[in-house]
Ligand binder design. Structure first.
Ligand code: MG
Length: 408
């Protein structure tokens, strides 16, 4: 800092008399300029300004230094007169200093509702207060495909707030994400997604099984695995064995049958524009994930590979099996390759074999997840739109749409 640099503005204003000027009324051009033009006659300095417009009504708050001795009454009359001429309401409150500094322990709380009810909003706000947190700001991130609002909260630990709000969110039927505030939120990051029932609506093994006429048998094995009678690797081998003899041309058919989850393209396109790297890890098959990687412009893709011999599936997989531990390992590998610290990664998944990956990531998002995952994961999204994950990262719908429009 050079010796000529002024002291911190907050310190400078700490005991200086200030006026809070609040203007409320119908939003139209010229209100902000008009207010400050009126104040300029008194040579006041601006300490803070906030303006919000909701459904055509504006609230403009200006925190300014006091006018010279004896002029406050004159200033009040002038501001009220100007406001009246503009059909606005004005309130002027005397005091000292700047805003109270925000408390230690700052978090962003994103709430997704479909719809967002008054009752849910009351519940979340009450729980923030009960956790010792103060709501400093609230603004809407999106109204489509869900209503998403963000609360800037201070005065309480992020971890404790996350735990408290997870309970409240489950009870209210809304999705809530709590992330620590700070510059890391804007740092370049890596997003790694599961594929089956996350990036896509289907389970790829079931699509193959339909072509082999063994859907029921595959479903039986899946259910046995879900009952805990088989681990993932055993169930994978058992199900792939049922595909033995299937003609390799089926791969092309399955690729064309895969249905992306609503919002998947928007999510990936937006993340890529923002400089994120995006990858997928799957307990399914490279025959499908490589195609998705190419179609969607993903940076990373890893899955199991179905063995093909003489134009037929052999019923075996080749290479190292991607299972629950493997997915977490791949997240770490992709992060290392992308040069992104693990704390700046986001993992998204729905199944039990995603849990290690969700826990390893900086932000683990359980997406329309099985109950066992929903209970274990910190952050749950239970609306069927993948692009809502953008709101958890603080990206607004307006930013998404502006970027789309700019690119034609
Ligand atoms: Mg899945």
């Amino acid at each position: 800092m050079s010796p000529s640099q002024p002291p911190n503005a907050t310190e400078a204003a700490a005991d200086v008399p200030t006026l809070l000027v609040k203007i409320f009324g119908r939003d139209r051009p010229g209100i902000t300029a008009g207010l400050f033009d009126t104040l300029a006659a008194y040579s006041l300095d601006v300490v803070d300004i906030e303006q919000v417009v909701t459904r055509g009504r504006m609230v403009l708050c200006a925190l300014v230094t006091q006018p010279a001795a004896g002029l406050e009454g004159d200033l009040r009359a002038t501001v009220h007169g100007w406001a009246e001429s503009m059909k606005m309401e004005a309130e002027i409150i005397s005091g000292t200093g700047d805003n109270r500094p925000r408390g230690v322990g700052r978090s962003h709380v994103t709430v997704l509702g479909h719809p967002l009810t008054s009752r849910s909003t009351a519940g979340i706000a009450a729980r923030i207060t009960a956790s010792g947190g103060n709501i400093d700001r609230i603004f809407r991130l999106a109204k489509y495909p869900v209503t998403a609002v963000e609360f800037a909260v201070s005065g309480t630990e992020t971890e404790a707030l996350r735990t408290a709000l997870a309970v409240e969110a489950a009870a209210l039927g809304v999705d809530v994400a709590v992330v620590a505030a700070g510059l890391h939120r804007r740092a370049q990051r890596l997003v790694v997604m599961d594929v089956d029932s996350t990036l896509i609506q289907d389970e790829v093994i079931e699509l193959f099984a339909a072509h082999a006429g063994c859907e029921d048998k595959v479903a039986e094995v899946t259910e046995a695995a879900m009952r805990g009678e088989l681990d993932f690797e055993q169930s994978l081998h058992a199900r792939v064995a049922l595909l033995a003899g299937l003609d390799v041309s089926v791969v092309e058919k399955v690729r064309s049958e895969v249905r992306l989850t609503p919002g998947a393209r928007t999510l990936i396109r937006t993340l890529k524009r923002l400089g994120y790297q995006v990858g997928v890890v799957s307990g399914g098959f490279t025959q499908v994930t490589d195609d998705l990687r190419d179609r969607l412009g993903l940076d990373f893709a890893q899955a199991n590979t179905l063995e093909v011999r003489d134009g037929k599936l052999t019923g075996r997989v080749v290479g190292e099996v991607v299972d629950r531990a493997g997915k977490a390992r791949l997240l770490r590998r992709f992060a290392a390759e992308a040069g992104v610290p693990l704390a700046q990664t986001v993992a998204i998944g729905d199944g039990a074999n995603d849990l290690d990956m969700l826990n390893a990531a900086g932000l683990g998002v359980a997406f329309n997840a099985k109950p066992v995952v929903r209970e274990a994961a910190y952050t749950a999204v239970n609306v069927p739109f993948l692009d809502t994950v953008l709101y958890l990262l603080g990206i607004t719908r307006e930013e998404v749409e502006t970027a789309d429009a700019d690119e034609g």
